[in-house]
Design a binder for this molecule. Sequence first.
Ligand code: CP
Ligand code: NVA
Length: 307
Amino acid sequence: MRPHRDFIAVTDFNRDEIIETIALACELKERRSRNEQVRPLAGQTWGLIFHKPSLRTRISFEVGISDLGGNAIYITEKEIELGKRETISDAAQVLSRYLGGIMIRTFSHADVLELAKFADIPVINGLTDYSHPCQIMADIQTVYEKLGRHDDFKLTYVGDGNNITNSLVELAQRLNFELVVGTADDTLPDMKLIEATNKLGNSVVKIEHDPVKAVAGAHVIYTDVWASMGQKDQADDKARKLRPFQVNEQLVSHADKNCIVLHCLPAERGKEITDGVMDGPHSVVFDQAENRLHAQKAVMTILMEKK
Ligand code: CP
Ligand code: NVA
């Protein structure tokens, strides 16, 4: 096996590396604005495997790899039929002979772990049913830019306990902040992960079923769709349970007066977030989307540098 590192979970980076990612993302953002070239992926071709749709992840990875001097191939389920035409382990070993790295977005988290186990090139998780670590690196960069700090804030995630929530909990294992998850009784994130996080004694993670109490004094409010990709058949049921957790102007008025509102996008306007909030003065959702590009370039650069 060639020495390499993967980015499957936020916790694949230690605290110092997360802080370094934020700083490098901000630096790369600045250098890009000056049209400066930074090319650590020169001569490399990366494979981007997508089994679910994407706007931000696909485009920001393709542009990011090109910015870093590399080339990207977009691969859908139709081409390689991962795990069907041949085993994931065989595919991983073959792909490793051609590519400099793989980004994969799929359903099963176990499939990504399997791919990473047998690939001897970096594997990046571009979203599974369980987690979405690249998104969370862009989010913490955005928090840092807007609040001026990466610790000591209250972040309230309001809505479905999903892949975004789990990755926020992973972030709470590495940085020190108060994480409140405002959600219904049966739309919880991975409670074992929360238990393990609270045992570490850095951040405190709490579940709160009252949305107003959840956001009280929050510096950051974060929401996401009520039914994730692959769960759209549960959309009506989730909407019924999560309606009280809609991020609207009334709810935001209970947070810190200078709070920022995050949404990983795509949003279902009028469901989990209103137009008034999404287009209002607290919203930073488009800066957050832009930061996918810069944060992922930082992640790939760090994976290249620290094998
Ligand atoms: N936030 C995010 O991952 O967006 P896409 O699904 O469009 O990639
Ligand atoms: N939870 C959402 C995130 C989309 C970026 C989903 O998995 O569909």
